[in-house]
Design a binder for this molecule. Structure first.
Ligand code: S3P
Length: 197
């Protein structure tokens, strides 16, 4: 006889069992992908702290990211971002939302791949643009037409984000639904880690 949770080969109990994370989950993706919105929900669902790397960088620098770009330039911002993310990755498991360029920096990416489960929130241009158009705090979107900048960054960065452990589409659907999909994708990924090839 099939077990309690086993309905036609699908283990219903398994889908509902709590997911325990062996290490930090780092969310990557372009500006507007929903890293903070999904990250906060994911942290709540997993019972883990939520940390926003950009907020930590601002706290460490004592000024906004726009000011860091203005005063010191992007290269210095990336160096600070690398230091802050490296420190955060040594903290106990949490949900970490990272700025869109963090995973593109080779050193930061190597750290994230070594110490976290990485999740790329992949979104289409119209979804990204719709989310970023309302706020003007992002320095990279201040130089030129924001939609064109996003399109260029998609071409440059999507092949690199694709190296993440887990990929989930971030669409215009409710954030809770996307969060659910992230949890299921994480569950599937962690299962493959447990099962040697
Ligand atoms: C950046 C994304 C921003 C912030 C900085 C640079 C990028 O974070 O780190 O403005 O290079 O894509 P969000 O992705 O959270 O907007």
């Amino acid at each position: 006889m099939a077990g309690m949770g086993d309905i036609h080969g699908f283990n219903a109990m398994d889908a509902r069992s709590p997911l325990s994370l062996p290490r930090t989950v780092a969310l990557v993706g372009l500006m507007g992908a929903g890293k903070s919105a999904i990250g906060k929900r994911l942290a709540m669902r997993l019972g883990l702290p939520f940390v926003d790397a950009d907020d930590e960088i601002e706290r460490a620098a004592g000024c906004s990211i726009a000011e860091i770009f203005e005063k010191y330039g992007e290269a210095d911002f990336r160096a600070g971002e690398r230091r802050v993310i490296s420190r955060l990755l040594d903290e106990p498991p949490h949900v970490l939302s990272t700025g869109g360029g963090a995973y593109i920096d080779p050193e930061t990416r190597a750290l994230m791949r070594a110490k976290a489960v990485t999740v790329w929130l992949r979104a289409e241009l119209d979804v990204l643009f719709d989310r970023v158009r309302k706020r003007g705090h992002r320095p990279l979107l201040r130089n030129g037409d924001p939609k064109e900048v996003l399109a260029r960054l998609m071409t440059q960065r999507y092949p690199i984000y694709a190296e993440a452990d887990v990929v989930v589409d971030s669409t215009a659907q409710p954030a809770d639904r996307t969060t659910e999909q992230v949890i299921e994708a994480l569950r599937a990924h962690l299962q493959t880690e447990k099962t040697p090839a």
